[in-house]
Design a protein around this ligand. Structure first.
Ligand SMILES: *Cc1c(COP(=O)(O)O)cnc(C)c1O
Length: 296
Protein backbone atom coordinates (compact mmCIF):
# COMPACT_ATOMS: atom_id res chain seq x y z
CA UNK A 1 0.00 0.00 0.00
CA UNK A 2 1.18 3.44 -0.81
CA UNK A 3 1.77 5.86 1.98
CA UNK A 4 -0.66 8.70 2.17
CA UNK A 5 1.83 11.36 1.40
CA UNK A 6 0.96 13.62 -1.43
CA UNK A 7 2.40 17.05 -0.86
CA UNK A 8 2.04 19.71 -3.45
CA UNK A 9 1.97 23.37 -2.55
CA UNK A 10 -0.02 25.04 -5.28
CA UNK A 11 1.30 28.37 -6.53
CA UNK A 12 -0.26 31.79 -6.06
CA UNK A 13 -0.42 33.36 -9.48
CA UNK A 14 -1.17 37.00 -10.16
CA UNK A 15 -3.60 37.69 -12.98
CA UNK A 16 -3.80 40.91 -14.92
CA UNK A 17 -6.69 42.82 -16.37
CA UNK A 18 -7.16 46.46 -17.32
CA UNK A 19 -10.11 46.45 -14.87
CA UNK A 20 -7.74 45.73 -11.97
CA UNK A 21 -5.41 48.55 -13.05
CA UNK A 22 -8.29 50.95 -13.31
CA UNK A 23 -9.61 50.02 -9.86
CA UNK A 24 -6.18 49.83 -8.25
CA UNK A 25 -6.54 46.25 -6.96
CA UNK A 26 -4.28 43.22 -7.34
CA UNK A 27 -5.77 39.79 -7.94
CA UNK A 28 -4.08 36.45 -7.32
CA UNK A 29 -5.27 32.89 -7.84
CA UNK A 30 -4.33 30.00 -5.54
CA UNK A 31 -3.96 27.31 -8.18
CA UNK A 32 -5.36 24.29 -6.34
CA UNK A 33 -6.51 23.09 -9.75
CA UNK A 34 -2.85 22.16 -10.30
CA UNK A 35 -2.72 19.73 -7.37
CA UNK A 36 -3.75 16.73 -9.46
CA UNK A 37 -5.68 16.25 -12.72
CA UNK A 38 -8.37 14.05 -11.14
CA UNK A 39 -7.98 14.47 -7.36
CA UNK A 40 -8.30 18.11 -8.12
CA UNK A 41 -8.35 21.17 -5.96
CA UNK A 42 -10.34 21.15 -2.79
CA UNK A 43 -11.29 17.50 -3.30
CA UNK A 44 -7.77 16.42 -2.42
CA UNK A 45 -7.69 18.83 0.52
CA UNK A 46 -10.95 17.36 1.78
CA UNK A 47 -9.85 13.75 1.41
CA UNK A 48 -6.40 14.04 2.96
CA UNK A 49 -7.28 13.77 6.67
CA UNK A 50 -10.30 11.61 5.94
CA UNK A 51 -8.02 8.99 4.36
CA UNK A 52 -5.58 9.24 7.26
CA UNK A 53 -8.46 8.45 9.56
CA UNK A 54 -9.59 5.54 7.36
CA UNK A 55 -6.05 4.14 7.49
CA UNK A 56 -5.87 4.54 11.26
CA UNK A 57 -9.19 2.79 11.75
CA UNK A 58 -7.95 -0.06 9.53
CA UNK A 59 -10.74 0.26 7.04
CA UNK A 60 -10.30 -0.51 3.37
CA UNK A 61 -13.46 0.47 1.49
CA UNK A 62 -14.51 4.04 0.83
CA UNK A 63 -18.25 4.44 0.33
CA UNK A 64 -19.38 7.80 -0.94
CA UNK A 65 -22.05 9.79 -2.78
CA UNK A 66 -22.42 12.28 -5.60
CA UNK A 67 -24.22 13.44 -8.71
CA UNK A 68 -23.40 12.03 -12.13
CA UNK A 69 -20.85 14.78 -12.79
CA UNK A 70 -19.35 14.85 -9.31
CA UNK A 71 -15.76 15.99 -8.85
CA UNK A 72 -15.84 14.30 -5.48
CA UNK A 73 -16.76 10.86 -6.86
CA UNK A 74 -13.93 11.06 -9.36
CA UNK A 75 -11.45 12.30 -6.75
CA UNK A 76 -12.42 9.47 -4.40
CA UNK A 77 -12.13 6.85 -7.16
CA UNK A 78 -8.68 8.11 -8.15
CA UNK A 79 -7.48 8.48 -4.55
CA UNK A 80 -8.69 4.96 -3.82
CA UNK A 81 -6.65 3.56 -6.70
CA UNK A 82 -3.64 5.67 -5.71
CA UNK A 83 -3.59 4.81 -2.02
CA UNK A 84 -4.97 1.27 -2.08
CA UNK A 85 -8.59 1.54 -0.98
CA UNK A 86 -11.52 0.01 -2.81
CA UNK A 87 -14.24 2.50 -3.65
CA UNK A 88 -18.01 2.39 -4.01
CA UNK A 89 -19.87 5.40 -5.36
CA UNK A 90 -23.60 5.97 -5.01
CA UNK A 91 -24.78 8.12 -7.88
CA UNK A 92 -27.93 10.23 -7.62
CA UNK A 93 -30.62 9.42 -10.21
CA UNK A 94 -31.14 7.08 -13.14
CA UNK A 95 -28.27 5.09 -14.58
CA UNK A 96 -26.29 7.13 -17.07
CA UNK A 97 -22.92 6.92 -18.72
CA UNK A 98 -20.67 9.93 -19.14
CA UNK A 99 -16.94 10.75 -19.21
CA UNK A 100 -16.76 11.37 -15.44
CA UNK A 101 -18.41 8.09 -14.48
CA UNK A 102 -16.27 6.31 -17.08
CA UNK A 103 -13.17 7.71 -15.33
CA UNK A 104 -14.56 6.61 -11.96
CA UNK A 105 -14.90 3.07 -13.33
CA UNK A 106 -11.46 3.23 -14.89
CA UNK A 107 -10.08 3.93 -11.40
CA UNK A 108 -11.95 0.88 -10.15
CA UNK A 109 -14.96 2.44 -8.46
CA UNK A 110 -18.10 0.35 -8.22
CA UNK A 111 -21.04 2.55 -9.18
CA UNK A 112 -24.56 2.16 -7.77
CA UNK A 113 -27.35 4.35 -9.08
CA UNK A 114 -30.02 5.25 -6.56
CA UNK A 115 -33.24 7.24 -6.74
CA UNK A 116 -33.29 10.87 -5.65
CA UNK A 117 -35.52 9.83 -2.75
CA UNK A 118 -33.08 7.22 -1.43
CA UNK A 119 -30.21 9.61 -2.02
CA UNK A 120 -31.61 12.04 0.53
CA UNK A 121 -30.92 9.64 3.40
CA UNK A 122 -27.30 8.66 2.78
CA UNK A 123 -26.55 7.22 6.23
CA UNK A 124 -29.42 4.77 5.84
CA UNK A 125 -28.23 3.74 2.35
CA UNK A 126 -24.84 3.06 3.91
CA UNK A 127 -26.29 1.28 6.93
CA UNK A 128 -28.39 -1.09 4.82
CA UNK A 129 -25.46 -2.56 2.92
CA UNK A 130 -22.46 -1.84 5.13
CA UNK A 131 -23.92 -1.77 8.65
CA UNK A 132 -22.09 -4.99 9.52
CA UNK A 133 -19.07 -4.43 7.31
CA UNK A 134 -16.26 -3.16 9.53
CA UNK A 135 -14.04 -2.45 6.52
CA UNK A 136 -16.39 0.17 5.05
CA UNK A 137 -16.06 3.88 5.73
CA UNK A 138 -18.81 6.43 5.04
CA UNK A 139 -17.73 9.61 3.29
CA UNK A 140 -20.43 12.23 2.88
CA UNK A 141 -21.34 13.93 -0.39
CA UNK A 142 -18.66 16.39 -1.44
CA UNK A 143 -16.41 14.99 1.30
CA UNK A 144 -18.13 17.28 3.84
CA UNK A 145 -16.63 16.59 7.30
CA UNK A 146 -14.42 18.07 10.00
CA UNK A 147 -11.45 16.31 8.43
CA UNK A 148 -12.31 18.06 5.18
CA UNK A 149 -12.24 21.46 6.87
CA UNK A 150 -8.95 20.56 8.55
CA UNK A 151 -7.44 19.81 5.14
CA UNK A 152 -8.74 23.04 3.62
CA UNK A 153 -7.29 25.09 6.48
CA UNK A 154 -3.88 24.22 4.99
CA UNK A 155 -4.65 26.45 2.02
CA UNK A 156 -4.04 29.33 4.44
CA UNK A 157 -0.97 27.79 6.10
CA UNK A 158 0.68 27.44 2.71
CA UNK A 159 0.26 31.06 1.59
CA UNK A 160 3.47 32.76 0.52
CA UNK A 161 2.13 36.26 1.05
CA UNK A 162 -0.76 37.91 2.86
CA UNK A 163 -3.99 39.15 1.32
CA UNK A 164 -6.76 41.50 2.39
CA UNK A 165 -9.60 39.44 0.97
CA UNK A 166 -9.99 35.76 0.09
CA UNK A 167 -12.86 34.48 -2.06
CA UNK A 168 -14.00 30.92 -2.58
CA UNK A 169 -16.91 29.09 -4.28
CA UNK A 170 -19.16 27.08 -1.94
CA UNK A 171 -21.17 23.92 -2.43
CA UNK A 172 -21.30 22.20 0.95
CA UNK A 173 -19.33 24.92 2.76
CA UNK A 174 -16.56 22.61 3.97
CA UNK A 175 -13.86 24.47 2.04
CA UNK A 176 -15.08 27.83 3.31
CA UNK A 177 -15.12 26.45 6.86
CA UNK A 178 -11.53 25.26 6.51
CA UNK A 179 -10.39 28.61 5.16
CA UNK A 180 -12.00 30.41 8.11
CA UNK A 181 -10.33 27.96 10.49
CA UNK A 182 -6.99 28.60 8.83
CA UNK A 183 -7.42 32.37 9.09
CA UNK A 184 -8.37 32.13 12.79
CA UNK A 185 -5.44 29.80 13.57
CA UNK A 186 -3.01 32.21 12.00
CA UNK A 187 -4.68 35.18 13.70
CA UNK A 188 -4.46 36.90 10.37
CA UNK A 189 -6.49 39.88 9.42
CA UNK A 190 -8.01 38.57 6.22
CA UNK A 191 -11.64 38.94 5.19
CA UNK A 192 -13.15 35.70 3.92
CA UNK A 193 -15.90 35.70 1.26
CA UNK A 194 -18.02 32.80 0.08
CA UNK A 195 -19.80 32.62 -3.26
CA UNK A 196 -22.53 29.95 -2.95
CA UNK A 197 -23.25 28.21 -6.26
CA UNK A 198 -26.72 27.15 -5.11
CA UNK A 199 -29.83 29.25 -4.63
CA UNK A 200 -30.56 30.51 -1.13
CA UNK A 201 -26.86 30.45 -0.28
CA UNK A 202 -27.26 31.81 3.27
CA UNK A 203 -27.57 28.14 4.33
CA UNK A 204 -23.80 27.89 3.92
CA UNK A 205 -23.31 29.79 7.19
CA UNK A 206 -25.12 27.00 9.05
CA UNK A 207 -23.04 24.35 7.28
CA UNK A 208 -19.84 26.08 8.37
CA UNK A 209 -21.06 26.29 11.96
CA UNK A 210 -22.03 22.62 11.91
CA UNK A 211 -18.33 21.84 11.49
CA UNK A 212 -17.62 23.73 14.70
CA UNK A 213 -16.29 26.86 13.05
CA UNK A 214 -17.59 30.40 13.63
CA UNK A 215 -19.11 31.87 10.51
CA UNK A 216 -20.17 35.31 11.74
CA UNK A 217 -17.41 37.26 10.07
CA UNK A 218 -17.68 35.49 6.70
CA UNK A 219 -19.27 37.53 3.92
CA UNK A 220 -21.58 35.51 1.67
CA UNK A 221 -22.38 36.81 -1.80
CA UNK A 222 -25.57 34.96 -2.57
CA UNK A 223 -26.54 36.54 -5.89
CA UNK A 224 -24.14 34.68 -8.14
CA UNK A 225 -25.87 31.28 -8.42
CA UNK A 226 -27.18 31.96 -11.97
CA UNK A 227 -30.42 30.11 -11.30
CA UNK A 228 -29.11 27.34 -9.04
CA UNK A 229 -26.70 24.44 -8.85
CA UNK A 230 -25.19 23.58 -12.25
CA UNK A 231 -27.45 26.19 -13.85
CA UNK A 232 -25.93 28.75 -16.12
CA UNK A 233 -26.73 31.86 -18.18
CA UNK A 234 -25.24 33.26 -21.41
CA UNK A 235 -23.61 36.03 -19.38
CA UNK A 236 -21.67 33.51 -17.29
CA UNK A 237 -20.68 31.40 -20.30
CA UNK A 238 -19.45 34.50 -22.12
CA UNK A 239 -17.38 35.54 -19.11
CA UNK A 240 -15.82 32.08 -18.83
CA UNK A 241 -14.98 32.01 -22.53
CA UNK A 242 -13.20 35.35 -22.40
CA UNK A 243 -11.45 34.68 -19.05
CA UNK A 244 -10.01 31.35 -20.18
CA UNK A 245 -8.92 32.82 -23.50
CA UNK A 246 -7.20 35.73 -21.78
CA UNK A 247 -5.50 33.92 -18.90
CA UNK A 248 -5.02 30.30 -19.96
CA UNK A 249 -6.52 29.28 -16.60
CA UNK A 250 -9.47 26.94 -16.97
CA UNK A 251 -12.64 27.74 -15.06
CA UNK A 252 -16.02 26.08 -15.52
CA UNK A 253 -19.72 27.00 -15.11
CA UNK A 254 -20.59 25.04 -11.94
CA UNK A 255 -18.14 26.44 -9.38
CA UNK A 256 -15.11 28.48 -10.35
CA UNK A 257 -16.88 30.32 -13.18
CA UNK A 258 -19.38 31.71 -10.67
CA UNK A 259 -16.61 32.62 -8.24
CA UNK A 260 -14.51 34.48 -10.80
CA UNK A 261 -17.57 36.18 -12.26
CA UNK A 262 -18.51 37.39 -8.76
CA UNK A 263 -14.98 38.67 -8.12
CA UNK A 264 -14.89 40.66 -11.36
CA UNK A 265 -18.38 41.99 -10.73
CA UNK A 266 -17.57 43.10 -7.17
CA UNK A 267 -14.37 44.78 -8.37
CA UNK A 268 -16.32 46.58 -11.10
CA UNK A 269 -18.78 47.84 -8.46
CA UNK A 270 -15.91 49.25 -6.34
CA UNK A 271 -16.70 46.77 -3.56
CA UNK A 272 -12.98 46.57 -2.75
CA UNK A 273 -10.99 49.67 -1.81
CA UNK A 274 -7.98 50.73 -3.88
CA UNK A 275 -4.75 48.87 -3.03
CA UNK A 276 -6.65 45.78 -1.93
CA UNK A 277 -4.92 42.45 -2.50
CA UNK A 278 -7.42 39.78 -3.39
CA UNK A 279 -6.93 36.01 -3.50
CA UNK A 280 -9.30 33.74 -5.42
CA UNK A 281 -9.19 30.05 -4.53
CA UNK A 282 -9.23 27.95 -7.69
CA UNK A 283 -10.87 24.82 -6.33
CA UNK A 284 -10.36 22.76 -9.49
CA UNK A 285 -13.23 21.21 -11.35
CA UNK A 286 -12.64 19.74 -14.78
CA UNK A 287 -15.91 17.84 -14.52
CA UNK A 288 -17.99 21.01 -14.33
CA UNK A 289 -16.70 21.75 -17.81
CA UNK A 290 -17.16 18.23 -19.18
CA UNK A 291 -20.79 18.24 -18.01
CA UNK A 292 -21.49 21.36 -20.06
CA UNK A 293 -19.01 21.16 -22.92
CA UNK A 294 -21.81 21.40 -25.48
CA UNK A 295 -22.45 24.96 -24.39
CA UNK A 296 -19.01 26.04 -25.59
C1 LIG B 1 -16.76 20.48 -4.79
C2 LIG B 1 -16.30 21.78 -5.32
C3 LIG B 1 -16.53 22.99 -4.64
C4 LIG B 1 -17.35 23.09 -3.39
O1 LIG B 1 -16.62 22.89 -2.22
P1 LIG B 1 -17.38 22.76 -0.82
O2 LIG B 1 -16.30 22.44 0.13
O3 LIG B 1 -18.34 21.62 -0.97
O4 LIG B 1 -18.08 24.02 -0.55
C5 LIG B 1 -15.98 24.15 -5.18
N1 LIG B 1 -15.30 24.12 -6.34
C6 LIG B 1 -15.10 22.99 -7.03
C7 LIG B 1 -14.36 23.05 -8.31
C8 LIG B 1 -15.59 21.78 -6.54
O5 LIG B 1 -15.39 20.66 -7.26
Amino acid sequence: MNTLSFEFHSPEQEINDTLFLEKGVRVFVKRDDMIHPFISGNKWRKLKYTLQRVRKENKSTLVTFGGAWSNHLLATACAGATFGFSTIGYVRGDEVHNPVLALCKLYGMELCFISRDDYRDKPSVFEKRFGLDSAAFFINEGGYSQEAAQGCAEIITELQQSYDDILCACGTGATLAGLQQGISNKTMDMQLHGVPVLKGGEFIRKEVQQLGITAQTIKLHTDYHFGGYAKTKPDLLGFIQSFVTQTGIMIEPTYTGKLFYAAYDLIRQDYFARDTKILLIHTGGLTGFLGMYEKF
